[in-house]
Design a protein around this ligand. Structure first.
Ligand code: SF4
Length: 698
């Protein structure tokens, strides 16, 4: 291998790193790149240790197929691909084209996301495609589209944060999920700005804040309405901005006025003085930002909740101006690009719509097919999994870049649905929990072994170049799509070469909302990326959106004016405690990668239940005692971790682990009506001390 400038394989920050040959027998060395403006040389432990999984010993290096005895045995690529193509063909012939489907991931490169969408619609002719990004930020995307006419995680670079006046961080814990981003928050405070953190837990990020608001999980919509109430009541509405650049404020004002401070305190638990202090800090200086993450988004009212926080920005004139605005801190490595290029059930590349005749015609022309032959919109990720194996659902499923057995809501149910499939094929570089269920497992290359582009949370398109060859026996995801398409009668149109795919993606997105037409591998080489939209090769890219106008046809932003409503499952006498879930600093998503890195598992070896000492007292539980957590969907056991950082009415579990400690055995798949995002962030549970080994559970 040669020393290569690249980017981290994990989260949406896409920290710049340099990969260099390691000493004999050692993995490649990783160092942070000072010149990349997002992380400026800093890396978290996940990024620093990312090379550990490149060694062949840590991964799959040959295809596996299920044998007659029910086990997985090694196979040739030809056998594995033939079996999969035959299963896809058989499903389509027997049950119709939508019986063969694909399930993608928010970590896939733009090229893979694009080709996966084309594979589903053209090679399979199937509407059955969605991806795990639906679980991740789709409520923020839906709310942004409704408010601004366009969804891009951050409409400004992260480096703008130190230059604003106040940041409200809602349901986000970057000190653990993306530590290098915290320097921007520190610099904000060094510049005299303030930080407000809204989180049911006093997280490491909350420790840094000037003000921490600790609402009951699932009530941050009410909190946003309460803050807007105070903005109106105290005369902080930017009437000029509202009149010139927005529509719908009167409805938002009316809704907010029904959420007076005492009512909001009763709903959220946030004291009235703290609400007032938040509004004072947010309006004290002329600029401000609200940044949300999974807390407000992963709710059955996630779109409405994010809409309420956007309304706060619009009412105070903190949007569409330099150093002000609303943004979503996207989670997965290509969480942004992965949601732009056709993996979503209703979407074509460049944020085009499958239901728009002009969009269908534009993409069909690039793909060389009749627009009438493109399927219509399919169902969302959870619905696709929930219907697997049922009449009208998929019978054969290709999973690429995802591990839903650990990461899906109500994961026990999802696992059972996957087990009913006629054929499950999983592309992965390790034998993930989902791969263990598969009929065919295809060993694929990793980030450092293949070239591709990713779009980070700022809408910055980056080129990640291959630094070394994959181990013998391993092929790329693009090869898999190429080879399957050929077997399904499409020998052309599915290139294996990433740059060739990207060139086609540029044409397919030309003139679309997420316009990549002017971005090329040549322009990305040696540069810190280009922000879309970038419509032609001479265009400098667009780091800041909405400064002149919002993306709706009339140029105005829309108030959402939502009303508060309860969670899909409120606590009751049988399940009296709220569960909320999230990530830890040492692990990433389902943990399929990070649980295999010795340094990370040593630092963070397993699941736990975080609870307040007051709640522990009522259970008679001490620190480290094994707890049994039960919901209406399943049960999980994990040791207690006592902390006063969490509300006494709430417990927290990280979701990185499978098995007995799987947090998603408990979570609720109630879906947001707009984004179809599940309510990962809150459900009702019963917590008790686990019975001693050998004794039956109650
Ligand atoms: Fe990688 Fe994210 Fe850590 Fe940066 S913050 S090193 S992108 S995991």
């Amino acid at each position: 291998m040669t020393t290569t400038d690249t980017h981290c394989p994990y989260c949406a920050l896409q920290c710049g790193m340099r990969l260099a040959p390691g000493a004999a027998g050692e993995p490649p060395r990783i160092t942070g790149r000072e010149e990349f403006p997002v992380n400026r040389g800093a890396l978290c432990g996940k990024g620093q240790s990312a090379a550990a999984l490149l060694a062949p010993a840590a991964r799959l290096t040959e295809p596996l197929v299920r044998d007659a005895a029910g086990g997985l045995r090694p196979a040739t690529w030809s056998e594995a691909l033939d079996r999969t193509a035959e299963a896809m063909r058989r499903a389509a012939e027997t049950y119709g084209p939508d019986a063969a489907g694909v399930f993608g991931g928010g970590g896939l490169t733009n090229e893979k996301a694009y080709l996966l969408g084309k594979f589903a619609r053209v090679a399979l002719g199937s509407a059955a495609i969605d991806y795990n990004g639906r679980f991740c930020m789709s409520s923020a995307a839906a709310a942004s589209r409704a408010a601004f006419g366009l969804d891009r995680g951050l409409p400004f670079p992260l480096a703008d944060i130190p230059r604003t006046g106040c940041v409200i961080l809602v349901g986000s814990n970057p000190a653990e999920t993306m530590p290098p981003a915290v320097r921007h928050l520190r610099e904000l405070r060094e510049n005299g700005g303030t930080l407000i953190v809204v989180d049911p837990r006093r997280t490491r990020t909350a420790e840094l804040a000037d003000l921490h608001l600790q609402p009951l999980p699932g009530t941050d919509l009410a909190l946003a309405l309460g803050l807007l109430h105070l903005v109106v009541a105290d005369g902080h509405v930017d009437e000029e901005f509202v009149a010139a650049r927005t529509t719908g404020f009167e409805a938002a004002r009316a809704t907010a006025m029904a959420h007076w401070p005492e009512r909001v305190e009763a709903l959220t638990g946030v004291p009235v003085p703290a609400q007032r202090e938040a509004v004072r800090l947010f309006t004290a200086r002329p600029h401000g930002m609200v940044l949300t993450a999974r807390g407000p988004e992963q709710q059955s009212k996630g779109t409405a909740t994010v809409g309420a926080w956007i309304d706060l920005c619009l009412a105070t004139g903190r949007a569409g101006r330099p150093y002000s605005g609303y943004g979503c801190l996207t989670g997965q490595g290509n969480g942004q690009g992965g949601r732009e290029h056709g993996q979503k059930a209703d979407q074509l590349p460049g944020y085009r719509s499958l239901e728009d005749p002009a969009d269908r015609a534009a993409v069909a022309a690039v793909w060389g097919v009749d627009p009438g032959h493109l399927p219509r919109s399919g169902t969302s990720a959870y619905e696709l999994l929930d219907r697997a194996g049922r009449p009208g659902g998929v019978r054969t499923l290709l999973v690429m870049g995802s591990n839903p057995v650990v990461s899906a809501p109500d994961a026990g149910h999802v696992t059972r649905r996957l087990q009913t499939l006629d054929h499950l094929v999983v592309c992965d570089f390790v034998l993930s929990e989902t791969a263990r269920l598969a009929d065919v497992v295809l060993p694929v290359a990793q980030w450092a072994e293949e070239t591709g582009t990713l779009t980070n949370l700022e809408g910055r398109v980056l080129l990640r170049r291959a630094a070394l060859a994959p181990p013998p026996g391993v092929r790329t995801d693009l090869h898999v799509l190429h080879a399957l398409a050929a077997r399904l009668g499409h020998p052309h149109g599915f290139p294996e070469d990433a740059e060739e795919v990207f060139t086609e993606l540029r044409r397919a997105t030309a003139g679309a909302p997420a316009d990549y037409a002017g971005i090329s591998y040549d322009r990305l080489t040696g540069e810190p990326g280009l922000h879309w939209p970038c419509p032609d090769p001479g265009h400098p890219g667009t780091p800041r959106l909405f400064l002149d106008r919002f993306a709706h046809p009339d140029g105005r932003a829309r108030f959402a004016a939502p009303t508060h409503r309860p969670c899909a499952e409120e606590p009751d006498s049988a399940y009296p405690t709220r569960l909320t879930t999230g990530r830890t600093v040492h692990h990433y998503q389902s943990g399929a990668q990070t649980r295999r890195v010795a340094a990370l598992t040593a630092a963070d070896p397993g699941p736990y239940v975080e609870l307040h000492p007051e709640l522990a007292d009522t259970l008679g539980a001490g620190d480290g005692d094994l707890l049994l957590v039960t919901s209406r969907r399943g049960a999980a056991t994990a040791p207690a971790r006592l902390t006063k950082a969490i509300r006494p009415d709430t417990v927290f579990m990280p979701f990185h682990w499978p098995g007995e400690g799987r947090a998603n055995s408990l979570t609720h798949a109630a879906l947001d009506p707009v984004s179809r995002m599940p309510e990962f962030k809150v459900c009702a549970v019963r917590v008790e001390k686990a019975p001693p080994a050998g004794e039956a559970r109650p």
